[in-house]
Unconditional design. Structure first.
Length: 117
């Protein structure tokens, strides 16, 4: 059962990374096509609220997506490594407000930091 939960966690994190990547690519295309703000500063000021802080610097966001994806795939390859599994659990934390996030993935001790906002 733990194997299935780990696979589900990995799939969840990879799906959220894909969502982030899609938003960053959208911003990158809009700015390149001249349909967005002239600088990324306007994104930070709420020009397009639907696309969050991840897209202030789309190139950096895309590099983050690539790095996170590599970590998840490394954990899948080294399934018995508890440190990598802990890292993947932590990669899921920023997405705790997502409806598909499972409380069982939050390994932190109980406290106010565990609210799902």
């Amino acid at each position: 059962m733990a194997e299935q939960s780990t696979a589900t966690l990995a799939a969840f994190v990879l799906a959220r990374i894909a969502d982030d990547e899609e938003r960053a690519l959208f911003v990158q295309r809009e700015v390149a096509a001249g349909r967005g703000p002239e600088t990324h500063q306007a994104w930070r000021l709420g020009w397009h609220d639907e696309y969050d802080l991840l897209c202030i610097e789309p190139e950096r966001a895309l590099a983050e997506c690539e790095a996170k994806r590599a970590i998840v795939h490394q954990q899948e390859a080294w399934d018995q490594d508890p440190t990598l599994l802990w890292v993947v659990h932590n990669l899921a934390l920023p997405y705790a407000s997502h409806p598909e996030y499972r409380e069982e993935w939050d390994w932190r001790p109980p406290g106010p930091h565990r609210s799902r906002g």
